[in-house]
Design a protein around this ligand. Structure first.
Ligand SMILES: *Cc1c(COP(=O)(O)O)cnc(C)c1O
Length: 462
């Protein structure tokens, strides 16, 4: 791995304006996140502990706290060139519709068939698996974006892929399954009767509509029980934030090029990967004592891990097979209401983002209700043309709110948000909004307590 020391991020852009390296924010964090722990021994996980589940190079990236820049392999860069650099667009029509003096920009990651930023990490993970001679991968998918992205990546590198898809999403989005199968992946609704953990959950809750935490348990179990197979994850992990740093590196370079400075940087947060990636080089500035934007993470009111969760060691899945991570969490058994933003239904938050939030580097987290998110999504679609994913529309909601504040105060702030994907597979949600049947279920304190009860009590640790 290359270790480079300069803080001038432009150094790491190729002539094609695509980064040559990923940026590892962990190398610069003043307080590193608490180590992920082996659930059996409660000792920090080592590369050797992670290797049975993850590809070796990815296990190394997961634990890397020293290399600030990690070379992007040429094959991965070549794949990126099919859809990157992604555009940084000034939302002039939205500014006009709002009558705001603010300038609004969005970094658009939906410009590929999978329709989201998830392809940025999928292709890297598939590449490292291929390099290691791995022939099978397993994963979970919620709304289907990650499963689709990884199907494309595995199709490209000719790797067999088994996807466990959260059952309610599989039912809502049959076309997602069709796309994944087109790229040769196998898709199983979760919980399923194909794994021990799936069977156990079905025995207790036969009607379970599933959750990301459950699907993860199924995918990990299958990876461990299959020859030459590894598990890959589309968010939350450090390696995923690392790969997604290309979003921030490109955004920063584009802003520099047009002489703009972001005052506010907004991203939706499910597991935290797009926001972590978008923020990363700006966080580096902040940690180096330079000026930096006000960072805002936006999450659904139905799954409020940052705004109402606990900062504690917790399992990353329902079956408790994954390492313990210290993060903002609602408890691994928390099953959010059937919100239409499947990509934001995870019970926890990336340990990196959680630590940055705990330390006040990530300035603010806000939760927003589903109907107000779709109101923002539809305004954006009408004036800017792009049909946004419901997840991305959480960021649009807050960008609009901030732009409206500027209208009141007359401030000419520059607002940048991550438009993580498109919403073509979310038309059931748009239909529900359009015909007035969409609801906003916000968990009560009792609902949250029920989830917190799943957080383990660890002697001497918490
Ligand atoms: C998965 C997804 C998200 C949320 O995931 P993060 O890891 O928090 O980025 C946001 N937007 C879209 C379109 C997604 O597919």
């Amino acid at each position: 791995m290359n270790q480079l020391a300069s803080t001038d991020y432009k150094t790491y852009l190729g002539e094609d304006e695509l980064p040559t390296h990923y940026y590892n924010v962990r190398a610069d964090m003043v307080t590193d996140h608490a180590p992920i722990l082996n659930p059996a021994t409660l000792q920090p996980m080592t590369v050797a502990d992670l290797e049975p589940v993850f590809c070796t190079e990815l296990a190394k990236q997961e634990l890397n706290t020293t290399d600030r820049f990690i070379l992007i392999p040429e094959e991965v860069r070549d794949f990126y060139k099919m859809y990157r650099p992604s555009p940084l667009v000034r939302a002039k029509f939205l500014e006009k519709a709002l009558g705001t003096p603010a300038k609004i920009y969005y970094k658009f990651e939906g410009n590929n068939t999978s329709g989201s930023h998830k392809l940025n990490s999928a292709i890297a993970q598939a590449y490292y698996a291929k390099q290691q001679g791995i022939t099978h991968l397993t994963t979970e998918t919620g709304a289907g974006q990650w499963g689709t992205a990884l199907s494309m990546a595995c199709g490209f590198f000719d790797i067999d892929l088994q996807v466990y898809m959260v059952k309610c999403s599989a039912e809502q989005k049959p076309y997602r399954k069709a796309v994944m199968e087109t790229y040769q992946a196998r898709v199983t609704p979760s919980p399923s009767s194909t794994t021990n953990v799936g069977r156990a959950i079905l025995a207790e809750h036969p009607d379970s509509s599933g959750s990301l935490g459950t699907a993860i348990s199924e995918a990990v179990e299958t990876a461990l029980n299959t020859e030459n197979c590894r598990y890959v994850l589309g968010s939350v992990l450090n390696q995923v934030l690392l790969h997604q740093s290309i979003i921030g590196l490109e955004a920063k370079a584009a802003l520099d090029k047009i002489g703009e400075t972001a005052d506010i940087l907004i991203g939706c947060a499910g597991g935290g990967s797009n926001l972590g990636g978008l923020m990363a080089p700006f966080v580096a500035d902040k940690l180096a004592g330079k000026s930096a934007p006000h960072f805002i993470a936006v999450e659904p009111a139905s799954c409020p891990s940052l705004t109402r969760g606990r900062f504690a060691y917790d399992f990353c899945d329902v079956g408790k097979v994954t390492p313990l991570a210290k993060m903002y969490t609602l408890g691994s058994g928390f099953i959010p209401s059937a919100n239409h933003s499947g990509g934001l239904r995870y019970h926890g938050m990336s340990p990196i983002l959680s630590q940055l939030y705990h330390d006040g580097i990530l300035d603010e987290a806000r939760s927003v209700e589903q109907t107000s998110v779709f109101e923002a999504a539809e305004l954006f679609a009408r004036v800017e043309g792009t049909l946004p994913a419901p997840e991305s529309s959480h960021a649009i909601r807050v960008a609009i709110d901030e732009a409206l504040k500027c209208k009141e105060t007359g401030e000419e702030k520059t607002i940048v948000f991550g438009l993580t994907g498109t919403g073509y597979f979310d038309l059931v949600a748009y239909m529900a909004y359009n015909n007035g049947t969409m609801t906003d279920y916000i968990p009560t304190d009792e609902d949250l307590e029920a989830g917190f009860a799943y957080i383990p009590k660890l002697e001497g640790i918490q």
